[in-house]
Design a protein around this ligand. Structure first.
Ligand SMILES: [Zn+2]
Length: 124
């Protein structure tokens, strides 16, 4: 029953309603252990909770970020060793936009200033 909460979190970084009681009192804790990421989900209203494990993450150094209109092209040092679905920059999770011929680059839709951020986290 937590798939919806987790997929919302995964796609937007926000947490929605508790699937058990419907209140917006769900918190998610990310636990990163040996490049594996898992989630502790808990509703403070009704006490419903779950532990969901799952994905692999890897942090790779950013070489440069280029802003083109509403898109950012991010060049990074090396390819992650697995197929990734999302990337995390700072506290935000993005869906990379498919683009051709982008060796060690990804494209995301963002106008935020990420210039202070040194690494990009790939979520498998
Ligand atoms: Zn609840």
């Amino acid at each position: 029953m937590w798939e919806k909460v987790l997929s919302l979190y995964y796609n937007t970084g926000r947490v929605g309603e508790c699937p058990n009681c419907g209140k917006e009192s769900v918190s998610i804790t990310e636990i990163v252990l040996n490049s594996r990421i898992s989630y502790d989900i808990k509703c403070s209203s009704c006490g419903a909770c779950a532990h969901i494990d799952g994905t692999t993450t890897e942090k790779i150094k950013i070489i440069c970020i280029m802003q083109v209109d509403k898109y950012q092209i991010i060049k990074f040092k090396e390819k992650p060793s697995y197929d990734f679905k999302k990337v995390k920059i700072g506290e935000q999770i993005f869906n990379p936009i498919p683009a051709m011929d982008t060796t060690n680059c990804i494209v995301i839709e963002s106008k935020e200033d990420h210039s202070g951020i040194k690494v990009i986290e790939f979520i498998g």
